[in-house]
Every structure is written in C-alpha cells, then in structure tokens.
Design a protein around this ligand. Structure first.
Ligand code: SAM
Length: 167
C-alpha cells in the first residue's frame, strides 16, 4: 500500500500494525514530515522508509502498488495535486487496484455542514488554491484515468471515504 501525504506518520503506523500482512510505503514531499514518519514506524517491519513523493510530479519513486491511500491532502493543496494524485495512482495501480481517499468533500446536492463551511473558509483565507472539492469533480477526473465510480462511506465529523477501483 502506498500512502500519499503521510504527514506525521501516525496513520500509517496505525494501519500497518492493524494489517501486518500488507507492506506499507509512506511518502511525503516534506523532509521534516518524512523524519516524523520514520520515527513513528521504526519498529514496524512491514513499513518501508518514507519516500519523497510529490503527487503533482509526472514521475513517482514508486512504480507499482496494489493500493493507494491519501488522507487529508486534497483540500489542503492546489487542485493540481489532486490531478497528479489521480493520474499517478492510475499509472501505478493494476486493474482492480484500490484508490482510497479520505477527508472533507462537498457533495453537489447538499450544503456544507457548519463545521466544514467554516473549515473551507479558513482554508481559502490561508491559500485561495485550497478548499473542499466536490465528489463529482474528483470522480470525473478519476473516471478519465480509468477508475470506476466511487463507493462513498460517511465518516465521523462530516468526512468521507471515497473508494475507487481501477477498471
Ligand atoms: C493536512 S496534512 C495531512 C497529513 C496526514 N495524511 C494526516 O491526515 O494527518 C497534508 C499533507 O499533504 C502533504 N502534501 C501537500 N502537497 C502535496 C503534494 N503535492 N503531494 C504529496 N503530498 C502533499 C503535506 O506535506 C502534508 O503532509
């Protein structure tokens, strides 16, 4: 499993301990975060050292994975990062491979809840290129890269998990 934007590494440490049969490859473009990830995962034999991966780049340091996981990056990076994430995941996943996205999203037909509305405004005030994306926009780009429609799971605090499979 390749994790994009692993941040501190706490999530990959949790998942790797819970799913020891999978080999986990964390990543982040920020060197300080990669140091943190390696600290959190040092004792876990099924986690590789964090690699330097910027989702926007055309070339990733990982050429193949069975699954790609990305938590809390899409709303807090420019849209180009999401475009790169979806293109890159399509490049490295086999048919049937899983792309799992977690975070706050907009759903076209529903107003944002008060928490996500305030969060979206805060993100945009920090950087106009950031902000909550619509499930439809992400799904349309994913479809153009050969993914099927997502399964959507509602999560606590108004977050969603979107599960895409490569066709
Ligand atoms: C809000 S943090 C989320 C970290 C972690 N996934 C979590 O949920 O705690 C956003 C992360 O996205 C990473 N990031 C930002 N732009 C990125 C990009 N273009 N490619 C990959 N990671 C990126 C940042 O370095 C940061 O670690």
């Amino acid at each position: 499993m390749l994790e994009i934007a692993s941040g501190t590494g706490e999530h990959v440490a949790y998942f790797a301990a819970a799913l020891p049969g999978l080999t986990w490859q964390p990543s982040d473009p920020d060197p300080a975060r990669r140091t943190s990830i390696d600290g959190w995962t040092a004792d876990l034999p099924n986690v590789r050292p964090a690699c330097d991966l910027d989702a926007q780049r055309d070339e990733w340091p990982v050429s193949r994975a069975d699954g790609v996981l990305c938590i809390n990056m899409i709303h807090i990076s420019p849209w180009s990062a999401t475009l790169g994430l979806l293109a890159g995941a399509a490049r490295i996943l086999p048919s049937g491979g899983l792309l799992a996205l977690y975070g706050p999203f907009r759903r076209g037909d529903r107003p944002l809840g008060p928490g996500n509305q305030a969060f979206d405004q805060d993100l945009r005030s920090r950087d106009p290129a950031w902000g909550l994306r619509t499930v439809d926009a992400v799904s349309t780009v994913a479809r153009s890269h050969g993914f099927g429609d997502p399964s959507i799971a509602e999560m606590p605090s108004d977050n969603l998990t979107l599960l895409f499979h490569r066709l």
